[in-house]
Design a protein around this ligand. Sequence first.
Ligand code: LLP
Length: 414
Amino acid sequence: MNLAALRVGALHVEDVALEEIAARFGTPCYIYSRAALTTAFEGYRTALHGRNALVCYAVKANSNIAILNLFAKLGAGFDIVSGGELARVIAAGGDPAKVIFSGVGKTRDEMRTALQAGIYCFNVESASELEQLNEIAGSVGKQAPISLRVNPDVDPKTHPYISTGLKSSKFGIAFNEALLLYQRAAALPHLKVCGIDCHIGSQLLDPAPATEAAGKLVALIERMAAAGIVVSHIDVGGGMGIRYQDEHPPTIAEYLAPVLKALDGRKEKLLFEPGRSLVGNAGLLLTKVEVLKLGAEKNFAIVDAAMNDLIRPALYDAWHDILPVTPRSDSPRSYEIVGPVCESGDFLGHDRELALREGDLLSIMSAGAYGMTMASNYNSRPRAAEVMVDGDTMHLIRRREEIAQLFAGEIVLP
Ligand code: LLP
């Protein structure tokens, strides 16, 4: 939430004024801070100091190769869910040997490519995937390193769309079926059992559910060991929440402390798959007020960013702080902050008290995670530019999409 600070009356990220970024690269524009990304990663490093642990950044949260490159240089591994994400990691200089591959529907092509790249582990999510992976590994003359994503049936107490560890969820393997499936995996010639994993949900503010899940994994590992199946790593997933509004998330060290306690004394390597907590509060979305439309019922501030740029408010009713880049002393009004897309669900914030004039810049905070990666071209809107601030320097890390790119792959009938 504190990514941008007011300095001489205008918001800055690190030492760069947001107005300068808008003047140079236009709006809407995602802006990230190198220092904030680094600090977030260091939070994990400090909390895990002295342990045999690997932080695998969940690429889906923000997959810009400049961000992946930064985390790779800091020593991160990566949690991917598609061949596209693997290609990004490799293009960004990430080490495939530190990549884990999650997801319920890996295609055979994706399995083959990941095997050939030499990834660290496949997080397998079904009995059928296990058989397919064995077959593909055999066909390319490799042994696939595998972990089973176990569903510990723990309620993460978060938004239903981002809860993944309940019995009713499409993710993971039922807890009481895992041992049998591990035995099957151990018997397959082209698989090598190497880990166990779970991921119970996202934006978790209380470490209790993750701690309970870690305890369940340990109990399962002990039953597996009795059956002669040994793993070399335990992956407890991601999910640590951040502050968007008035939440009080624990620090990374506070969140991890009870989880690590549940894993105390284990010799296996520990893996984590954080996404949001590494990038969420290291990014914002800069937008310009195009039109003010005052009405008897509601006042609308129509801005140049929309649900296609940041879908979280429309999809999850998520709250993002919205700050004026240059605060005015005029008396504020309540505004609906909306985009130009032709949907009533196209809003970025309801009922925000702001003093606005047309042409003003607004900063939509906490937009570093699941912002740009969930952006679309709905209404044939080109996707935003992305900029990384580093001290007093701004770097364009993704050019604004051009109109011609929108239909470059489309073909009219002969
Ligand atoms: N590992 C797996 C297997 C996951 O499915 C996810 C997120 C993560 C790790 C990273 O979770 P995080 O640390 O970011 O909470 N679009 C939603 C969030 C979807 C999360 C999907 N899975 C949002 O904007 O809130």
